[in-house]
Design a protein around this ligand. Structure first.
Ligand SMILES: [Zn+2]
Ligand SMILES: [Zn+2]
Length: 813
């Protein structure tokens, strides 16, 4: 069968062809397989509709590993999930339909959210397919579907019954704009301009003795429940243990001595409010202070703020400063740069509000121990998790006051308020619509109110490892289930959320770490070196690259752009280099196929290999070894660089020049057969080595070379140690060096490369006559081997002497 190959490689045609021809089942996880399972806990992205370049980088890494592991004989599961719930979709739906979520029924609103999510999933899925991801779509999961929802709610029941989930009135981070509690992991810190206000507090029982207190939050005066000074601060010895009167509100508060007061900040006296910040919560707990809430869930002042009731926090601050000033109680105002905790979604400054919420118990030590049992790549990211866990003071708040999320499966008895938890066969359940089975266990009441709150979306996604492994929350560990799974790939931006929560949940529900290995990827920077963002206009979509150069080229950039874990800069010149490499490899293949189209390798047939062919195969085996080592340690950049260097320098520049004449020789000729064998083995091996990186190109190569099956079903090449031949490499290197030196000489002298030079006298004992055939062919010049090396430096001898790494080559005309 003859296959005509065009001169130019056309990824748009080749990639489209394979996308249409590949059978999905090529990538299916085989439940009945005897092979070792290799399960990947793929990130379920938030379905925004945009599979951006950062996602694409992460997924390229995953696909490199999945394809490699399949070829290494593993039964690979590369599933894909979608983490659907959350606020961004609610906001988009409101915008799209021009409505507020409070205007329509919750279940109608959820339907609209689902509809948008499905459209977005379809778009992102299309991009994943175009990029050549070998995803097992039979294992797709969608967190908003009933099956997954049931799993999430069941996990809630299990942890509730184990005492790991509880409800409590407690201060939580609250976004007044989104009107929901948020977890610490969702609080971001931003530097904002603030002012430090020096306010006068009167000493209780005096007429006009005052203490100055500097505060950035005078609007919290109504909530002031105490004042604190450092115990060693001599300035305030007289007021410790005494009382001060809060200006405007006129209530008395006690002055505490506390080591954590910074005497250098402001005046060294601080006011403690419920709650201005996290430190206030610590003091509130420590000194058992009263709770006076002056800000409500929508960020408005409450009745305790008296004359300021109903104002927003900002309005109240302005008004109180005016009033303090009017009463002569504001001594000074200084500008201040302040790090403010803001909502990750809307950037509104968060408030700390005490409300009744659901919490998951955080088992700090267990999480750190499990993290230490996981192999981290790169290793240094492990410390990020440890620092985060060490800094956590409060449990994980899992209730959210939103709509598009998994409902918390509980009711409250209308008579006595006792919590009634759903039973397993009710699940999935929406307690705002359905009623529980049976009466209240406490009072026998039969009327209930369903929980309005829903679960934090991390409650869904932190189950991904358990879900993909097929874990049964009732049966626990059982045959056929692999847990922990092999690999978690993810970005470093979600270590304190997704990594942390997944470990926590796996320990709670399966008493095990979730994975053996975690692989952390960096972010993508734009051409200008800054983080890619639409506002910076340095944004590249993977599709733009694919349109121009194909998915294989994008994937090569992902491999070679930087080490795994570091931030990777996007550069068009890398894309162009990758594209040139594809063309180079195509030209090599096209040339090779002129000589291999009818090549049938006879199994076991002895081939009498020429030294240059041995040299090529020795280097090829070393390449297999280095690429395999790199793949095992996720050094995709090194693997890809080694492949390119070999194909470009060793194979194309040196070998093909040396072996060309023999390849054009008579059929059956020993030299020709030796070269055909070496070229065939090399190209076949290369097609496998590039299969993880450039799956389309590799398949096209395989199609020409093998004409049967898929390269993605093939076995990964193994190193044949007997093929690594130091002598052949030394001889081959010398031959290649001589040919290069002679060609350089010709081009310096303006002599055509195919013009003969007379005779080349090579003074070496390291070559034998047969080896010189390739030099003669490649230089078009007759070779004379001189084993007596002294002759080389005889000055009176005719011709130019080239020094090739110490070996003398005399060019006699
Ligand atoms: Zn918000
Ligand atoms: Zn009751």
């Amino acid at each position: 069968m003859s296959k005509k190959m065009e001169k130019k490689y056309k990824p748009e045609i080749v990639e489209k062809k394979w996308l249409e021809n590949w059978d999905d089942s090529l990538y299916y996880f085989d439940t009945d397989s005897a092979k070792s399972p290799y399960i990947i806990d793929t990130p379920p992205p938030y379905p925004t509709g945009d599979f951006h370049v950062g996602n694409a980088l992460n997924w390229c890494y995953i696909d490199f590993i999945a394809r490699y592991k399949r070829m290494r004989g593993y039964n690979v599961m590369f599933p894909q999930g979608w983490d659907c719930h959350g606020l961004p979709t609610e906001v988009k739906v409101e915008e799209r339909h021009g409505l507020s979520k409070r205007q329509i029924e919750k279940h109608e609103f959820r339907e609209l959210c689902k509809q948008l999510t499905r459209e977005n999933i379809a778009q992102m899925k299309g991009m994943m397919q175009k990029l050549g991801m070998s995803i097992d779509w039979s294992k797709e999961f969608v967190t908003m579907d009933d099956r997954y929802k049931r799993f999430t709610q069941l996990s809630f029941l299990k942890m509730y019954h184990n005492g790991l989930i509880y409800q409590e009135e407690y201060p939580v981070n609250w976004c007044p704009r989104c009107e929901t509690a948020i977890a610490f992991a969702e609080v971001e810190y931003e530097d904002r301009d603030a002012s430090l206000n020096y306010v006068l507090f009167k000493k209780a029982g005096t007429e006009n003795e005052y203490v100055e207190i500097a505060t950035t939050r005078p609007e919290l005066l109504a909530s002031c429940v105490a004042v604190a000074v450092h115990p060693d601060d001599e300035r305030y010895k007289d007021i410790a243990g005494k009382e001060l009167v809060v200006p405007i509100f006129e209530h008395a508060v006690t002055v505490y001595e506390d080591e954590s007061v910074d005497p250098a900040f402001g005046t060294g006296v601080v006011m403690i409010c419920t709650f201005g910040d996290r430190q206030d919560v610590r003091w509130w707990k420590l000194h058992n202070l009263p709770l006076i809430e002056s800000i409500d869930e929508r960020g408005r002042m409450t009745a305790v703020a008296r004359g300021y009731e109903g104002l927003s926090v900002t309005e109240c601050k302005k008004k109180i400063i005016e009033d303090l000033n009017a009463q002569g109680l504001l001594r000074n105002q200084e500008p201040l740069q302040q790090s403010v905790g803001v909502c990750w979604r809307c950037k509104t400054p968060i408030e700390i509000i005490s409300t009744r919420q659901w919490f998951v118990r955080v088992m700090h030590d267990d999480i750190i121990k499990a993290s230490e049992e996981i192999a981290w790549y790169p290793e240094h990211f492990a410390i990020r998790l440890k620092n985060w866990v060490d800094s956590m003071e409060w449990d994980w708040c899992i209730s959210r006051q939103r709509i598009f999320s998994v409902p918390i499966p509980v009711w409250y008895c209308l008579k006595c308020g006792t919590v009634k938890v759903a039973s397993e066969d009710d699940l999935p359940v929406d307690p705002s619509i359905a009623s529980p089975k049976g009466p209240c266990a406490n009072c026998g009441g039969t009327e209930f109110k369903g929980e309005e709150d829903v679960l934090d979306t991390w409650m869904d996604s932190s189950l991904s490892a358990l879900w993909v492994s097929g874990w049964d929350l009732n049966a626990g560990a059982q045959s056929g289930i692999t847990f922990p799974v092999a690999l978690r790939p993810q970005g470093h931006d979600i270590i304190r959320t997704w990594t942390f929560y997944t470990i926590l949940r796996s320990l709670a529900l399966a008493q095990s770490k979730p994975w053996d290995t975690i692989l952390i990827n960096g972010m993508v920077l734009g051409e200008d070196g800054y983080k890619m963002s639409k506002s910076r206009n340095n944004f590249i979509s993977p599709d733009a690259v694919i349109q121009k150069h194909g998915a294989d080229v994008f994937r090569q950039w992902a491999a070679i752009g930087g080490a795994v874990g570091s931030d990777v800069q996007f550069r068009w010149k890398d894309i162009v280099a990758a594209s040139k490499f594809m063309q180079k490899l195509w030209s090599i293949l096209r040339f090779a196929m002129l000589h291999l189209a009818d090549y049938e390798r006879e199994e076991g047939a002895a081939v009498n290999l020429r030294v240059v062919d041995k040299w090529l195969l020795s280097k090829l085996n070393k390449l297999v070894r280095s690429v395999t080592d790199s793949m095992e340690t996720y050094k995709f950049d090194e693997a890809m660089k080694d492949i390119r260097t070999f194909a470009w320098n060793v194979l194309a520049d040196d070998y093909i020049e040396l072996a060309k004449s023999r390849l054009y020789g008579q059929p059956g000729d020993e030299g020709k057969e030796s070269a055909r064998y070496a070229l065939y083995v090399t190209l076949q091996t290369l097609s496998k080595l590039i299969a993880p990186f450039a799956p389309f190109f590799a398949e096209e190569m395989h199609y020409y070379i093998e004409n049967d099956g898929s390269v993605h079903n093939a076995d990964w090449p193994v190193v044949e140690p007997e093929m690594i031949d130091r002598d052949a490499e030394a001889e081959g290197d010398l031959i290649a060096d001589i040919v290069r030196a002679v060609r350089r000489y010709k081009s310096e002298k303006g002599i055509a490369l195919n013009a003969p030079l007379g005779t080349l006298a090579i003074y070496t004992a390291d070559l034998n006559q047969r080896d010189t055939e390739d030099i003669e062919n490649a230089t078009a010049t007759k070779v004379e081997l001189c084993t007596t090396t002294t002759e080389a430096s005889e000055p009176e001898a005719e011709g130019t002497v080239l020094d090739v790494n110490g070996t003398k080559v005399r060019i006699k005309s």
